[in-house]
Every structure is written in C-alpha cells, then in structure tokens.
Design a protein around this ligand. Sequence first.
Ligand SMILES: [Zn+2]
Length: 284
Amino acid sequence: MSNPVEQQNSIARPVGIRGIGLHTGDDCRLTFLPAEADAGYLFRRVDLPGKPEIRPLAENVTDTSRGTTIAADGAEVHTVEHILSALSGLGIDNAVIELDNHEPPVVDGSSRPFVGVLREAGRVTQDAPRRYLVPEEPLVYSSGTAQMMLIPAPGPLRLSFALHFDHPVLRSQYREFVLDEQRYTEEIAPARTFCFLHEVSLLRKAGLIKGGSLDCAVVIGDEEVLNDNLRYADEFVRHKLLDLIGDLTLIGAPLRAQVVSLKGGHTANVGLALALRRRLGLAA
Ligand SMILES: [Zn+2]
C-alpha cells in the first residue's frame, strides 16, 4: 500500500505573541500570518522602512554563537530557531513571521508558547503536495568538537542527539526523536533553553542574555539546577532536539532522513544545512 499524498498546509488566520528577546532584552510583537502553498517560511521586519524580508535559509545565517541569526536586505532577525522549530514540529509548511523588532520574544525559553498560538490559529490544507527533500547519500559535517551525520532513511525525519559536558550537574544525555506533531507538542516543545551559571556573567559582558532570567531559561549552577523544577529529567537534550528541528528548516524544505548529532549546536546544525544545500546546488 502506498501512503496517501501529504498536502501542504498553512495557518487559518493571523495570530500574535509579544515579549522580550533573550539576548537583546528588547520588546517585540511577533505575528504569524498565513502564506500561499510553496511559499515556505519568510520573516518580515515591519518596523523598518520598506518592511524588508528575510528568507530563513542556511546561506542567510550571519551568526550562530548563542542562537541562529539571519540577515538579508540590510535587516536581521536574531534567535529564529524556536519559531522555526514550532512551525516545523507542527508540520506547518507555509507562514510569514512578522516582527516589529530584531529578536522574537523568548517567552519561557521553549517553543511551547509558539505552538500554543499556532494551534489557536487553526489550519488550512492547501492544494499542493508537500515536497520533501530526500537525500540519496550520507553527509558528514564536523565543527570543533561537534559531529553531524545525515543518513538517507525513509519515513519521517529521525533525529538522534548526544550531548556531553564536563560538568558535575550535567554530564551526558542521549535521546532519539521521530518527527510527529503530537509527540513534538508533548515531548519537545516544552523543553527550555539552558545555560551554565559560570557563563552568565560572560554572556552579560558580551552584551547577550539581557532578557535572560530563571523565567526563560534553565540555569545550571555548580552543584544544582537553580530553577525550582525541570520539566523533564532530560530537558537539556530535548531542548537540543528542539533547536536542531528549528535549524534544519534552514535547508529550505521538509527533510526525509536521519540526522545524528554528537555534541552539536547552532554552528554545526547550520553548517550541515548549508553543506546539504550546496551539494544539491541550492546555495553557492
Ligand atoms: Zn534553543
């Protein structure tokens, strides 16, 4: 039996969310808008003259040091990964993301708030089949101590992630995930971003995490996690999967493959996405 053809979909109506950015601390209103079939994702800075648009593709990434920043047409948007992760996790193919500032609201540091508003928006099925990208050969990418492997595999996107830190509170975690809307919503979307206490003052000195607090990130102290509760015992590796799902959308099409990440982060995720786009002749 062959699978029925999957149709593309978009949201049924615009929905918005407001809050401060994790790194800049600036207030931002973000609005998800419906988009045509085959439009993909598109960011639009409505606060700038001419409302410049930025396509979230790997070749438009300009920084991966703490989050994924994209830029085009003289405009940039920081920390796009949680937004893109929510869209991809819910299987939404086409959407415009409007912002009136340069960094989306961090909200609670996870993608659950975005999943919430996107579900409120409802869904429209579009008159076009979903066009998967199905790699035929493996691809290996490494950056520093991070190693990424993309392996041809049938069916939905399969992810495996291993993280390791030389830290008494967070040592090693491993988790596998097969992309599915319900499972994304329950197992991945609530996982919050995290950082180590010893990094906080360094990040502040670098002008980052101006919007950071225990309300929007898990902070790992030298002997314990400083937040009252974790949402999952392995919340850290689940958040790494959340980021990976978001960054893999920078390939520009939904992927049918297996991706294995050993100690990956934004730099490695984006590097793999760009390497794949180059191999397919989609990027210079
Ligand atoms: Zn993240």
